[in-house]
Design a binder for this molecule. Sequence first.
Ligand SMILES: Nc1ncnc2c1ncn2[C@@H]1O[C@H](COP(=O)(O)OP(=O)(O)OP(=O)(O)O)[C@@H](O)[C@H]1O
Length: 258
Amino acid sequence: MTNSLLEFRNLTKRFGGVTALDDFSMHLNRGEILGLIGPNGSGKTTSFNLLTGIYPASGGSIFFDGEDITNKSPRKVYEAGVVRTFQRSRLCLPLSIYDNIMIGDTSRLKTGICANLLGRKAFRKQYEETFEKARSLVATFSGNLADRMMEPVGALPMIERRRIEICRALISEPRLLLLDEPSAGMTHDETDQLMTDILDVRARGEGLSIIIVEHEMGVIERITDRCVVLSYGRKIAEGSYAEVAADAEVQNAYLGVD
Ligand SMILES: Nc1ncnc2c1ncn2[C@@H]1O[C@H](COP(=O)(O)OP(=O)(O)OP(=O)(O)O)[C@@H](O)[C@H]1O
């Protein structure tokens, strides 16, 4: 087993005349928090979209835990252990905290009318188990929320919604969590609290690896082990936050410094 969990090999994505990703190679180590950064339109979300099977690649390949997952369906990628959150909230606001989280755990969902009509007892047992699993996951983020599992998420402030989205991603016990701008719509203090939560989750030592796309450089500096910088779909730098922040090409592309 190598230390590398994920590898992009010469990944390319073209949308008509726009090359969103251009021969992009990178890797993610097991247990690592990697910052994927770059100016607007540099290809960060496109990387997530190719990795999670939303768009097919125009060229190159993606290996996850040694397996070629290039152009696999979103379902297959999820089953392999890759989950994501989105820039814009995708919670179903009228549904409860519990319901929203369980939407993320479709791996064990039993469909079919027979299973549902005849298996009432088994269903009840499964419900009780999943409720406890969801509740204890929420409790790691917020004890207060864990006591409100049946309340609609629409009544919650933004930071709690973000926590629920992350719980929904984590409920299937993934190996790789993709966070797309988790600070969006939150205050500085809320973002800081959420990052503490994320570091706590990682510290529990269940082998979770994380890639975070984020414009808030304070967040990237605080929580990442390593960064990869994109500009116009090309990788222009890689290293610790301090290393990439000191790189002249990064300063030119990202910070607008000549
Ligand atoms: N579905 C699409 N159709 C056409 N062009 C697209 C599509 N998705 C992305 N692009 C283009 O690909 C390029 C990279 O976009 P992408 O959203 O990956 O950048 P980003 O780094 O995530 O930007 P931001 O920081 O603003 O979210 C941009 O030029 C964008 O306009």
